[in-house]
Design a protein around this ligand. Structure first.
Ligand SMILES: Nc1ncnc2c1ncn2[C@@H]1O[C@H](COP(=O)(O)OP(=O)(O)O)[C@@H](O)[C@H]1O
Ligand SMILES: [Mg+2]
Length: 445
């Protein structure tokens, strides 16, 4: 639980504030007790000073100019020269007449008292109060000062929790932004609206993103250059082989054809590598914006079908389009062609003779789905997540390079689209490949 920064902060601030509140409570309780005690003394003093004893209808009574409630006080008045008190209110204990003047705290009948003794011209006035009563009054008055603190402490905890959570929400937002970064989306994090404390952190992340983008770009350029350099000698090799063909002895023809096949596969691989390097290039630059146009999805599908139709017919594969939505995307036409042709090419390559391939395009909200469904063997579920990896092939003896789907993914990602492959799941074996691209609106993606 304490691994969370929020909990640590809330706990630390909450404990410190609560400790201060408790200290404050204790000191205000203490001051209130001494203050109340002083007030009670003042009351005894006032009573002793202003007390008037009258002889009223044969009974001695006392009155005070201030309307003080005196039921908790014992009052005794001694006249000079008389042995017994001239007046004592009910029920008064016998107060020590010889007590020193002023305040004392004697023990009378085993109980502690507060006693005030005052000398007047012909009288000695004594006012006394039980200490237990005083403590009770002091306690009642002082406990009241603690209530605000007991109410405030939970409120402070709630306030701290709210404030800390709100401040840390910025961190969570940042976390989400960082999570979205991948090789295809290497964009610097925005610095606006970021708290000062987080700025160095974000700047470091942005530096890292920059370095990462640079090294990915270097790698991509290297692949592109290598493929480009290899293409020329391979083309020369192919030409030489074509020229040699006529001079090959009949006995060597089969081996020579294998050699030619190898050269063709190599140049296909080189072309795929070049295409991948191009699809991986950052989607900036004027050349890209210039080549962008409104591309008809249905036309791209028809093109792809036309491309494979001769092979499909030869292998008795039934290929057709059932649902064709009228949708356009803002893209480079060649990119969209490459995507659809790769998916259709896979379907034809991996579907056995006599199979069926269905194509469809559907608009769903702001995206258009292009779907290619075949009746091939499908792909083992455990291997499915890897089909977009470079050079990955389910079976090593298939003719492909393992780069087709990587190219599809790279292209689709740069248009903010997605691509997925799944097994049909309708009782029949086969793959459903789906590409989703944002439909064009007002001449943009
Ligand atoms: N429609 C499909 N049916 C069965 N397997 C497929 C299908 N599409 C792709 N695969 C598998 O995924 C691998 C990767 O596909 P891809 O990247 O296009 O490379 P390849 O050049 O081998 O076609 C293929 O080698 C194949 O094993
Ligand atoms: Mg392929």
């Amino acid at each position: 639980m304490l691994k969370s920064l929020r909990n640590q902060l809330v706990l630390a601030i909450g404990v410190v504030v609560s400790l201060f509140a408790l200290l404050q409570g204790a000191s205000s309780y203490h001051f209130s007790v001494t203050g109340t005690s002083a007030l009670l003394d003042r009351r005894m003093e006032t009573l002793a000073t202003h007390l008037r004893v009258d002889f009223n209808e044969g009974i001695l009574t006392f009155s005070t100019p201030t309307a003080t409630d005196t039921h908790d006080l014992s009052v005794v008045v001694w006249k000079n020269g008389e042995a017994l008190p001239a007046f004592a209110n009910e029920p008064s204990p016998l107060l020590p007449r010889d007590a020193p003047l002023g305040f004392t705290t004697p023990v009378l009948d085993g109980e502690k008292w507060r006693l005030y003794t005052r000398r007047r011209p012909d009288q000695l006035v004594q006012v006394a109060q039980r200490m237990s009563v005083r403590h009770e009054i002091e306690k009642r008055a002082s406990t009241r000062t603690l209530w605000p603190i007991f109410v405030l402490i939970p409120l402070v905890w709630i306030a701290v929790l709210v404030v800390v959570s709100r401040s840390l929400r910025q961190l969570n937002r940042l976390g989400r932004q960082v999570r979205r970064i991948d090789a295809n989306r290497l964009q610097a994090l925005p610095l606006t609206g970021v708290p000062n404390e987080l700025l160095p952190f974000i700047r470091s992340i942005n530096l890292m993103i920059e370095r990462l983008a640079h090294s990915i770009e270097t790698e991509r350029k290297f692949i592109a250059d290598a493929a480009h350099e290899l293409r020329t000698p391979l083309t020369a090799l192919q030409l030489q082989a074509d020229n040699l063909q006529r001079e090959i002895a009949p006995g060597n023809r089969e081996r020579f054809r294998e050699l030619q096949g190898g050269i063709t596969r190599s140049s296909n691989l080189i072309s795929q590598l070049l295409r991948l390097a191009r699809a991986d290039a950052p989607p900036t630059g004027q050349s890209m914006t210039r080549a962008m146009a409104s591309v008809d999805i249905a036309a791209a599908v028809v093109n792809a079908i036309a491309d494979v139709l001769p092979i499909a017919m030869q292998r008795n594969i039934d290929i057709g389009a059932d649902e064709m939505a009228d949708a356009r995307v803002y893209a480079i036409a060649l990119d969209i062609d490459t995507v659809v042709k790769n998916l259709v090419g896979n379907a034809v390559r991996y579907t056995p003779d006599g199979g069926k391939i269905d194509l469809s395009t559907r608009v769903r909200g702001t995206t258009v789905d292009i779907e290619v469904k075949d009746t091939g063997p499908g792909i083992d579920e455990t291997l499915l997540p890897r089909v977009f990896d470079r050079f990955f092939r389910v079976s090593a003896d298939s003719e492909g390079s393992g780069l087709g789907l990587s190219i599809v993914k790279a292209i689709v990602t740069r248009y903010d689209g997605t691509v997925s492959l799944r097994n049909r799941g309708d009782g029949q074996s086969g793959i459903v490949a789906t590409v989703s691209l944002p439909v064009e609106r007002d001449g943009t993606v």
